[in-house]
Design a protein around this ligand. Structure first.
Ligand SMILES: [Zn+2]
Length: 84
């Protein structure tokens, strides 16, 4: 089965995911670094912070999040990397 040569250029459809900043949605005034449960959700399994383009956070909250995660790491609430 030959594939027709006149292949139209594939239009990459970027399906738009509905991006909602969950901190804005919850109306969190500021992100607490002691709120490990929430921070865990926004970091990968290996302890990396999920980028804004994936998590859908707004700029302001993502900035607060990075600071919160770094702070939490410093006082050993969160891992820098996954151990073992
Ligand atoms: Zn936000």
């Amino acid at each position: 089965m030959a594939i027709p040569v006149t292949k139209k250029k594939k239009k990459k459809r970027r399906f738009q995911r509905v991006k909602i900043c969950r901190f804005c949605a919850d109306q969190v005034p500021f992100i607490d670094y002691k709120d490990v449960k929430r921070l865990r959700n926004l970091t990968s399994e290996r302890g990396k912070i999920i980028p804004r383009r994936i998590s859908g956070n707004c700029r302001r909250h993502q900035l607060q999040l990075t600071i919160a995660v770094k702070r939490a790491r410093n006082i050993a609430l969160m891992p820098f990397t996954l151990e073992h």
